[in-house]
Every structure is written in structure tokens, then in C-alpha cells.
Design a protein around this ligand. Sequence first.
Ligand code: ATP
Ligand code: MG
Length: 300
Amino acid sequence: MIKAEGLVKRFGRATAVDGVDLVVPTGTVLGVLGPNGAGKTTTVRMLTTLLRPDGGRASVHGHDVVREADQVRRMIGLTGQYATVDEGISGRENLYLIGRLLDLSRRGARQRTEQLLERFDLVDAAGRPVRTYSGGMRRRLDLAASLVGEPSVLFLDEPTTGLDPRSRNGLWDEVRALVAGGATVLLTTQYMEEAEALADEVVVIDGGRVVAAGPTEQLRARVGGQVLHVRPAYDRDLPAIARLLGGVLDDDHVRLPLPDDTALTRALWLLSRSGLGIAAVDTKVPSLDEVFLTLTGRTS
Ligand SMILES: Nc1ncnc2c1ncn2[C@@H]1O[C@H](COP(=O)(O)OP(=O)(O)OP(=O)(O)O)[C@@H](O)[C@H]1O
Ligand SMILES: [Mg+2]
């Protein structure tokens, strides 16, 4: 497992990480959420031995990240960092070479390469030299490269920022597959949705401190669950729909919090029974901003 106790990092007079505690049990995913500048990357850099903590301690599978940095480095995968992608050769050749360097058999390296090319939507570009790749393709290749060795402990720092939805789903699938195989994952993200899709537990940090922690559902419950948006075909029906659902009128739609699993079914049943024309129905998760507002009393 991954464990941090009272981690501190100062840059000059500023304290970027101010006593962070976290635990990621083996075989689970921890999502670290936080606004820009919260201290997420700094925390990850200390846990991955790239930065020396000024206080507290941390370990990966029992190995101290400062005193036993070598052992820790051997166990972990870190997106972007350890992937040394060669610009002059193709994406496929890069992944294959990394596989061979990691002691995979020829066949194993070939299979893993094709699997990752598929997952990260790089099949069409696989034969081209990496220097001809777009920014997004390059990023996907970096991610794929860091995953060739199927690390048992994986740190992902905002892995899907800037990825298109298809590649994002590919990364999610890959993370799920690694976890099903027993891997332990810590990922930072700005997206509540991503934390909910992947993480067992979430730690929210703000200003270098943990402001909330717990299972994702519990955090979601604290911020009020999903919200239903209903837009009638005719604006004149807005008040009737608001009354019917007990929701709130907001511009061209009615908003209704969905505290539990049955609330949506109930609302749809009421709507269909009313016979009123509906243009659109949508469920939304609260944005990270709303989560922060609830948890910290201010927006990011
Ligand atoms: N090398 C450094 N020197 C000085 N200050 C730094 C350094 N690295 C980070 N900081 C500061 O530490 C604080 C935390 O930064 P960090 O990169 O950990 O935030 P983050 O949560 O990863 O943010 P983002 O969402 O923008 O990636 C910020 O105020 C940042 O300016
Ligand atoms: Mg960061």
C-alpha cells in the first residue's frame, strides 16, 4: 500500500503541502482531488521520490520514499516520467522496445504493444515516427509507455487532462484492468466524474491540507448527489413543472436535486403522467467548483 503521514513541503516561505495524511490500500484506487495549486503534484512528487519531504514520512509497500528510494522507484510507474520515448522511431517500436527492456518476451512485448495501441487509439499512427505525432497523440503514447510494464503501484498525475473522450475511456479501462490484476493506484484529477469512475476513496486537498476524505459515494452524498434538469417544450409550462416536481426554476429549465436512486424514476413518472411536452431531460453531477464550495466554503 501507499501511505503518507504528515507530509510537508515548503518552497521558500510558502508551504505547498502542509501535513497531508493518506493511505491507499493494496489493490485500490485513491483519487486526489483539488484545485490548481492545491499541492497535488507536489504530493505525488514526494511519494515518487522525486522531491524530498521537509516533514512527515511516506512509504510504498513498506519502503520509505527517502531512505529506500531505489526500492520504491523499482516498484512504481509514474506517467510521463519514466517513459523515454524516442522521437525517431514509431510508436509501435517504442512500446515494443520498452517491453523488451522490461524483460517481456518477444511475444509478450508484441501483445502488450498492440493492446496499448488499441486502448489509446494509436493503431492508425502506430507505424509513423513519433516526431510526426500531434500533442494529444504524443501524450497518449507517453501514457501507454508508462503502462507497458503493468506496474503494481501506479501514480497518475492528471492523466486525462487534455485527452479526447475515447482516449480517456481507454485510460480508464487500462487502470481498471491493472487494478483487477491487483495494482494500487493514486491518481490526481480535477474531475469529480473521473474520481467517481475510478476511485474507491477520495482525498480532497486545498491549500496543502486535506479538507475531506472518504469513499466517493460518501463525498458525493455530502455535496448532494446528482441534479435533474428538465426543459419543457414550451416555456409557459416551466412553473407547472417546477410545482409538479418540487424543483427550482432556473432560466429555461427546472432543477431538481436527486438525493437517492428512486428520485429520478419518480420524477420521470410524474412528468410522463402530466402529459406536458418535454424538450430535454438531463442529469448532471455537481462540478468540482460546487464540490469545493460545499467542502471548503469557497469556490476554487
Ligand atoms: N518547484 C517549486 N518552486 C516553488 N513553488 C512551487 C514549486 N512547485 C510547486 N510550487 C508551489 O506549490 C503549490 C502547490 O503546487 P502543485 O503543483 O503541487 O499544485 P497542484 O495541486 O498540482 O496544482 P495543478 O492543479 O495546477 O497541477 C503552488 O502554490 C505552487 O506554486
Ligand atoms: Mg499538478
